[in-house]
Ligand binder design. Structure first.
Ligand code: TYD
Length: 135
């Protein structure tokens, strides 16, 4: 599976670091929504869904977490542990987020507003959905 992990330019100087994310530049879509996840309790796993249309870029701006990506055939785990790295997740990818450090802050940039109808929350349904996309 192709993993699109970005390394963002750092505009650092003696005062510290600064990272810029702009639509159609660092983020390959128009950002319609931003949300963030933090204070995740020990051993908690989140996500467990795929999207029909939504695209996202995940940035762990503080701390660390892992993201499991699953295209229905292959699975890969990506470690996010750097505020200047981003993980692009296309539609039709099942994701699970886990191993959050207690100080982790995971920021998500999304291509669409929140729409529960865009979610596939059942793994079996996800497998059937990606299978159907081939025809
Ligand atoms: P949930 O889908 O459980 O988050 P995760 O992907 O981390 O498992 O979302 C938690 C709650 O937040 C759920 O009630 C839906 C709500 N929510 C919104 O209202 N808007 C949003 O943009 C998101 C991502 C979630």
């Amino acid at each position: 599976m192709e993993i699109k992990k970005y390394t963002f330019q750092m505009h650092g100087d003696e005062r510290g670091q600064l990272v810029v994310l702009e639509k159609d530049k660092e983020i390959p879509f128009e950002i319609k929504r931003v949300y963030y996840i933090y204070d995740v309790k020990e051993n908690v796993k989140r996500g467990f869904h795929a999207h029909k249309s939504l695209e996202q870029v995940l940035v762990c701006v503080h701390g660390t977490c892992k993201i499991l990506l699953d295209n229905g055939k292959e699975k890969e785990i990506v470690l996010l542990n750097n505020p200047n790295e981003g993980l692009f997740i296309s539609n039709h990818i099942w994701r699970e987020m886990f191993d959050f450090s207690s100080d982790a802050v995971l920021v998500v940039f999304a291509s669409e507003l929140y729409d529960e109808k865009d979610y596939i929350r059942d793994y079996k349904e996800f497998l059937e959905y990606v299978e159907k996309q081939k025809f």
